[in-house]
Each structure stands twice: as structure tokens, then as C-alpha cells.
Write a protein that binds this ligand. Structure first.
Ligand code: SF4
Length: 458
């Protein structure tokens, strides 16, 4: 089938200063390509949302299907993007194409997509590869055919039909290297991205990753290294980021990847999203030797009580030690924090501010709680209301009125002042990222908005 894969527009459109290629869209498009389908990719999260460009493509290219991948592997889509998504479906349905939507919204809120005037032919729950393989195998999608495919939903008159839900048997080692030529990588910042594994072993109550991926699957170390070499040779990549939700769970695998990279002697710097609990000094030293220069640790809070309550307890002493050791090995360290975890008090707010100042990471990402689809907190909220909780990930505190909000505001305000006094640049707007393109190792940034990757990976 001739298929167009779309990264839909966020709302607001993501700032050019942090654009990275939509690696999850490239992954599924390349997989379809490997099955013999003719594929193209359109990234609509740019410029003005590119609706005109889409119309022209649909007018001229005679596509059989459009597959919309809504919500990056790293969830950055905002609530307002859902409205844009429906506009996009409405536009596609003016043409004779089948429309499929996959990922977070379609997994956790199928009715929100299907019970509209214009709606897609099929939505996919969780992992996309197996349903996509079956759907694209034929152009005739009868109800009997759709009923035979697990993990999808479709609308029949006024009813939403959800097919059987089953755990994925898909082996991600079958995935080809995502074809970056489906887009122009020069349109993005100078950091190429890759996905080498799925799932995370933690159970943070605000996160949907463990539920979404069922179980851990990882690509072979040699395949991972082959992809890095491909990015280096074909696209002159100097910086590559592992966007795996938790890249450092398996130390032995990371050591294997690092040893192979050391042998290859590629001039590439690497970064990854790691975790504090599985820190292993020997592995980190080897990773550094292999080119890893940056790591992101989610610390979330300076209060052990709050960390326990959200299922992410790591003793502060361990956090302190891991961050000190990581910096000593010479990694640039980003930490992230959620300023309004449920149960926050003046004491927990002060503990967190004090801990941030003490750790002095190079980059600090300050968040407010986002109630992500499929998380324990999300499910608890749904029990109280039929309304979907807000997903806005870069917004204001969840509690916006009353004493808690005042406590959080006051502590964030005082923390911000202290950070500025100790040499941090504090940024609030995506566009401010542009000024950090060429800074030195001592650059210290605290950010209330998405922070660009690749700052001083030397
Ligand atoms: S927040 Fe991070 S560590 Fe926690 S479950 Fe999600 S991916 Fe894992």
C-alpha cells in the first residue's frame, strides 16, 4: 500500500530551537517500507502546521492510507493538539484514503477520537507494528477483517468496537534501522536520535511507560552500534541521543555497546536518559570512553516521603553519590524535578529546593505534574470524573488555587532567585534555547520548558 506516515502538529507548534526528528514515526514508517510498502513521512509539527502541504500531497500522490502517530515516544504532545488531530483527520477524510491513528491518545481514550463527526477508520492500541503489518496487507477492511486484528478499535455506526487486547509478541530486533532519508535531517537540530529499547522497570505513579510497552525488549548491541555508525557515516552525525525511556537498565548490554564503539573509534558524542538505581561506575567509565558525554536522571523530588508515595523511592544518599560520581567521570548531567507532586508541603518544597542547589547539576529541568494517560494517577482521576485529566506537560501546577499552590509558587520563586545568584540561566520559553547552541562546559541552565539536547557534549 502507498502510505503516508504523519507526525501531527503539536499545539503550540514545537519551537525550531528544539526540533528533533520524530524517530518513532520514522521507525514505524521504515518498518512498513521493509514489508514492501511505498512510504513517505510528513512532519507537521513545524512552521504553521503544514495543512496546505498535506492537502497538496493528498491531492497529488494517490495514497491508499495515512497513518498518524500521535504522541512522541517521549511524550510532549499537549491537550490542545487533540483538536488539531481531529482537524487533520477531517482533512484526510476528504480524500479516498484510509486513516489510522496510533499511540497514547488512541490507546487510552479511543472514544475521544472515534466519536466525532470525522473519525479515522482504525485506531491502534499500544504498539503499532503488528496491527500495521496486518492492516496494510490488504485494501479491503471489512468488519470481519478488522475484528481479527488484536489491539485495534474502529467505529461501527454509533458504537466503538474494540478488538481483543493481547500482549505484543513483536520482537523489536526485527526492526530495520529507521530510514532518516524519509525526512531531511538538516531540518532538525544537530542531535540525531535513536531508540534501542522499550519499557522501563520502574512503576512511577505518574507515568504510562511500563503499562504502554508491556515488557522490556531491546535491540542487540551490534544493531545499536551499526545504527550509530550509519548515522555517523551517512549523515555526519556528531551527536546521537538514545531516547529510550531508560537506557541504562542493563549494564552488561551498555558495556557491550561501549566496547564495540571504542573499537570503532567513531568521532561521535552520545547522550542517554538513564536512571540512578542501576548506576554502575565501571559501566559509566566505559560509556564515557565510548563517547557518552551527557545523561539525564529523573530525580523528581528532594523529599523521600514524596518519592515513596509516587513509587520512585531512591535514598537521597544514593542520589547524591550517583550524581557526584557521574560528574566526576566527566558527564554533563541533567536532572529533572516535579515541583508539585501530590502531598507537597512547605517542608517538601524546601527540601527539594535545597537538594537541587546541593547537587548542582549542569542542567535542571523543572516540571509541574502532568497526569499522563494510563498512569496510576490518571486512572485514579478517572474514577472521580468522566472528564479526561489534563495532559499538559509543560504547564502550571496541577493545584492552581489555595495554600498548596501558594507554597509551590513561593518555593519555585525563591529557588529561581538562588539559581540565578549561583550562575544558572533560567529559561521559560522554548525559543530561549537558541542561545545555548554554542556554550561551554560550565554553562548551567534551569528550564521550565523543554530544554534542547546536545549542549556542550564534549
Ligand atoms: S517516569 Fe521514568 S523511571 Fe518512572 S516509570 Fe516512567 S520512564 Fe520509568
Amino acid at each position: 500500500m502507498k502510505t503516508l506516515f504523519i507526525n501531527p502538529p503539536n499545539a503550540p507548534i514545537t519551537s525550531a530551537s528544539i526540533w528533533i526528528e520524530p524517530i518513532d514515526v520514522l521507525t514505524i514508517a521504515t518498518y512498513a517500507q521493509s514489508l514492501g510498502h511505498v512510504v513517505s513521512v510528513l512532519d507537521m509539527d513545524r512552521d504553521d502546521g503544514r495543512m496546505n502541504e498535506l492537502s497538496i500531497m493528498l491531492e497529488n500522490e494517490d495514497y491508499d492510507a495515512v497513518v498518524i502517530v500521535h504522541d512522541y515516544h517521549i511524550p510532549l504532545f499537549q491537550d490542545w493538539s487533540q483538536k488539531k488531530l481531529l482537524e487533520l483527520v477531517s482533512l484526510c477524510k476528504k480524500y479516498k484514503v484510509k486513516v489510522v491513528i496510533g499511540w497514547k491518545l488512541s490507546t487510552y481514550a479511543p472514544r475521544k477520537i472515534l466519536m466525532n463527526d470525522a473519525y479515522p477508520d482504525v485506531i491502534i492500541s499500544k504498539e503499532m507494528e503488528m496491527p500495521i503489518k496486518e492492516l496494510l496487507a490488504t485494501g479491503v477492511w471489512t468488519e470481519a477483517f478488522l475484528d481479527s486484528i488484536p489491539n485495534i478499535a474502529y467505529r461501527s455506526w454509533d458504537e466503538v468496537i474494540e478488538t481483543i487486547k493481547e500482549a505484543s509478541r513483536f520482537d523489536i530486533r526485527e526492526l530495520p534501522i529507521p530510514d532518516r532519508k524519509l525526512l531531511d535531517v538538516n531540518d532538525y537540530i544537530d542531535v540525531r536520535t535513536m531508540l534501542s529499547s522499550r519499557w522501563c522497570s520502574f512503576r512511577c505513579s505518574f507515568c504510562s511507560v511500563p503499562d504502554f510497552w508491556w515488557k522490556r525488549r531491546a535491540r542487540e548491541a551490534c544493531e545499536v552500534v551499526e545504527e550509530i555508525a550509519y548515522l555517523y557515516k551517512e549523515f555526519w552525525a556528531k551527536k546521537v541521543l538514545f531516547l529510550d525511556d531508560n537506557a541504562t537498565i542493563e549494564n552488561e548490554r551498555m558495556r557491550e555497546i561501549s566496547r564495540m564503539l571504542i573499537n570503532l573509534k567513531l568521532d561521535v558524542k552520545l547522550g542517554c536518559l538513564g536512571n540512578l538505581r542501576h548506576f554502575d561506575e565501571e559501566t559509566m567509565r566505559l560509556m564515557y570512553e565510548a563517547g557518552f558525554a551527557w545523561i539525564h536522571y529523573w530525580v523528581e523530588s528532594g523529599s523521600e516521603k514524596l518519592l515513596k508515595s509516587v513509587g520512585k523511592f531512591i535514598p537521597k544518599e544514593q542520589v547524591r553519590s550517583v550524581i557526584q560520581q557521574t560528574k566526576k567521570i566527566w558527564f554533563r548531567v541533567r536532572t529533572s524535578w516535579i515541583m508539585d507532586l501530590p502531598g507537597s508541603t512547605i517542608e517538601t518544597a524546601e527540601e527539594t529546593a535545597k537538594f537541587i542547589m546541593e547537587l548542582e547539576p549542569h542542567e535542571i529541568r523543572l516540571h509541574y505534574l502532568s497526569i499522563r494517560f494510563g498512569s496510576r494517577i490518571f486512572n485514579e482521576s478517572l474514577e472521580k470524573t468522566w472528564e479526561l485529566p489534563k495532559q499538559y506537560i509543560h504547564g502550571k501546577p496541577v493545584v492552581t488555587k489555595g495554600t498548596s499552590s501558594e507554597i509551590i509558587d513561593a518555593s519555585v520563586q525563591s529557588l529561581t532567585e538562588k539559581l540565578r545568584e549561583t550562575g544558572y540561566s533560567v529559561i521559560y520559553d522554548n525559543d530561549e534555547n537558541a542561545e545555548f547552541e554554542n556554550r561551554d562546559r560550565n554553562t548551567k541552565i534551569a528550564s521550565f520548558c523543554p530544554l534542547r539536547y546536545g549542549i556542550w557534549w564534549e
